[in-house]
Design a protein around this ligand. Structure first.
Ligand code: PEP
Ligand code: MG
Length: 327
């Protein structure tokens, strides 16, 4: 099977009825960049910049970050990279950074990610400046995690725009363009898509956090791992609604959580109208094989039927249907 996946490397992820699906990969370390060519992925849909902070002994400074982001962009060549600003705190504490003074009972819902970045804005300024300088003369894509309301996006974007202005005023070379996006992982943001449409260049659903918040079930607690299924009607209906709204509002939408890396789950996502996935590199082969074997119209119709009167075990039902369809 592995050999078959390798053969697929240079083949396009196109469905039998002709829809080109974008298959990006998730990354976070310099070593991950080789995976772009190895898998034939379209780009990096989620670059978790906090990995660089997590493996360091002290807070990475501007020159270290600049060098790192430049290396990443060099390695990506013409392929796009979406840099997510740091998602530290919560379950990813930094030993050298005193995040919250209060002991957090629920770190996943605590002082993490952009919530830290906006308050300790030196952290964000340094990252913004490094990313902008690293992408001088190239295109830069920036994505903010844990956005719940439009003002958070506005403040985060303003940090970048201010650095951009500063560099321009110093006659420094700046990126050709900067695209700003948000992760949809806090359910509240789904209720603000109309307000976000004019602000966003793209939106990416992070299914890992989104599902933990939808089900109020800690994603790192093994006792809860079996409690709900990613193919439950609540999740599929939620994502389906976001996907329809994004279409209507002209928002470029993708999914970058782990759900997109599992063939049956990814099949459901495509059936809900998702056309861009960012997945773990090892999943590119299996997902591409799945994409190339399916009739997207049939999958969309089937998802609609499935969700209009959900069976008690949607996973088994979908698996059986996919088998009948030779997917
Ligand atoms: C997610 O929450 O789905 C996601 C992609 O980000 P992370 O797993 O890094 O929180
Ligand atoms: Mg997340």
């Amino acid at each position: 099977k592995r050999a078959a996946y390798t053969e697929l490397k240079d083949k396009e992820p196109v469905t039998k009825d002709g829809t080109r699906i974008t298959l990006n990969i998730n990354a976070g370390l310099r070593d991950d960049m080789g995976m772009l060519n190895l898998t034939g992925a379209d780009g990096i849909g989620l670059f978790r910049t906090e990995f660089q902070f997590l493996v360091a002994a002290k807070m990475p400074g501007r020159s270290g970050q600049l060098r790192f982001y430049r290396d990443v962009l060099d390695a990506a060549g013409d392929k796009p990279v979406i840099f997510r600003t740091v998602d530290i705190g919560g379950d990813k504490p930094l030993p050298y950074f005193q995040a919250s003074e209060v002991k957090e009972e629920n770190p996943a819902m605590g002082w993490r990610a952009l919530r830290i970045g906006l308050e300790r804005d030196a952290l964000m300024k340094v990252q913004a400046r490094s990313l902008i300088e690293a992408a001088a003369g190239r295109k830069l894509n920036v994505m903010f995690p844990m956005i719940a309301e439009p003002w958070e996006f506005d403040e985060a974007k303003a940090v970048f725009e201010k650095q951009l202005e500063f560099l321009r005023s110093r006659k420094k070379q700046v990126p050709l363009s900067i695209r700003y996006g948000a992760m949809l992982e806090v359910p509240a943001l789904a209720e603000c898509l109309d307000q976000m449409a004019s602000r966003l260049d793209f939106l990416s659903i992070g299914t890992n956090d989104l599902t933990q918040f939808l089900f109020a079930a800690d994603r790192s607690n093994p006792k809860l791992a079996e409690r709900f299924d990613w193919l439950s009607p609540a999740i599929l209906r939620f994502i389906g609604r976001v996907s329809r709204q994004a279409d209507d509002l002209g928002i470029e939408l993708s999914v970058c959580g782990e759900m997109g890396g599992r063939p049956l789950d990814a099949l459901a996502l495509l059936g809900l109208g998702i056309k861009r996935l960012s997945i773990t590199p090892a999943s590119v082969g299996p997902i591409k094989a799945m994409v190339r074997s399916l009739d997207l119209t049939a999958v969309k119709n089937h998802l609609q039927t499935l969700l209009s009167d959900p069976p008690s075990d949607p996973r088994t039902a979908l698996r059986q249907w996919a088998k009948q369809q030779h997917i």
